[in-house]
Write a protein that binds this ligand. Structure first.
Ligand SMILES: Nc1nc2c(ncn2[C@@H]2O[C@H](COP(=O)(O)OP(=O)(O)OP(=O)(O)O)[C@@H](O)[C@H]2O)c(=O)[nH]1
Ligand SMILES: [Mg+2]
Length: 277
């Protein structure tokens, strides 16, 4: 069969995770309208009779500032190195800066099988002088075409992953990421990007799963916002994440959430917060 790795690159917010989720048909990676949503490279696996595509969804390409940023860019470089095909996604509704054109040129030199993908074709489009496939996850336009083009470029080999597996992520990581995604949408502007979420306890009992999670933020003030007046926000978060976990695990879950402040976690502590450095 045709099988191989496909790195999905592009600036933050280009629609990388949305495209991977759409093709896989499952929520592999969280999606948000905020920038730099994806922090780890995430594998999304699509297996059919004749092919297996292993997508590597990467953090958006950007300049490194702190340890977390550097970690995210390291993920991008290693995704390119291990890929059979590289997709570069750019938002078709936004003007492209010169720097991005230059980055695409650099990629052309580095990647043998590069496919340019113009995203969000359901929105009003800017003119580009690039040979690309224009897709949308809102109406599904050209996604089949893109998948076929990817398959053509993949090597002939046996499947690498079990056919039932659609992601490499552990259940704990899926739940932690989902909670981070809910918070990115809920706390727009108020609590900036500086949150991490960890599952600190995951105990399967006869009739339920006992889960504890930590939310790490950068300021006392953010902690107050996350918890909310008389704990209302935290309670709502708890309900939403429990509903998600119970659906994912098909079992009753009891989830306790704890909020902690670590002012500089993005600069020094990222290994402690679930990122493998
Ligand atoms: N209208 C429209 N919106 C889209 C489409 N694809 C993605 N979006 C939106 O674009 C925003 C960013 O999508 P993501 O998939 O999180 O983008 P990303 O490239 O993974 O971003 P990072 O993880 O931050 O690098 C979200 O609000 C999506 O709903 C599309 O085809 N059409
Ligand atoms: Mg993403």
């Amino acid at each position: 069969m045709k099988c191989g790795y496909v790195a999905v690159l592009g600036l933050s917010n280009a629609g990388k995770s949305s495209l991977v989720n759409y093709i896989i048909g499952e929520e592999v990676a969280i999606v948000s309208h905020r920038r730099q949503t994806t922090r780890n490279s995430i594998l999304g696996i699509k297996t059919c009779k004749d092919y297996q595509i292993i997508f590597i969804d990467t953090p958006g390409v950007h300049h490194s500032k702190n340890s977390l940023d550097k970690y995210m860019m390291k993920n991008v470089r290693s995704a390119i190195a291990s890929a059979d095909v590289v997709l570069y996604l750019y938002d078709g509704s936004l003007k492209m800066e010169d720097e991005e054109y230059e980055y695409i040129e650099t990629l052309r030199g580095k990647c043998e099988n590069l496919i340019l993908v113009q995203t969000k074709s359901d929105k009003k489009q800017v003119e580009f002088n690039l040979d690309s496939i224009s897709v949308s996850v809102v109406n599904g336009k050209n996604i089949d075409l893109l998948v076929n083009k990817i398959i053509e470029l993949l090597p002939e080999q046996n499947a690498i992953y079990d056919e039932d597996l659609y992601t490499s992520q552990s259940v704990s990581l899926l739940i932690a990421e989902k909670l981070r995604g809910i918070m990115l949408e809920k706390f727009d502007k108020e609590v900036p990007h500086g949150i991490a979420v960890l599952v600190t306890k995951f105990e399967e009992k006869d009739n339920l799963i006992d889960i504890e999670m930590e939310i790490i933020c950068e300021r006392e003030q953010h902690k107050g916002i996350i918890i909310g007046k008389s704990g209302t926000n935290l309670k709502k978060l708890g309900i939403e994440i429990r509903e998600y976990a119970e659906k994912l695990l098909d079992k009753k879950c009891v989830i306790k959430l704890f909020v902690k402040v670590d002012k500089d976690w993005r600069n020094k502590n990222i290994g402690q917060y679930g990122y493998n450095i």
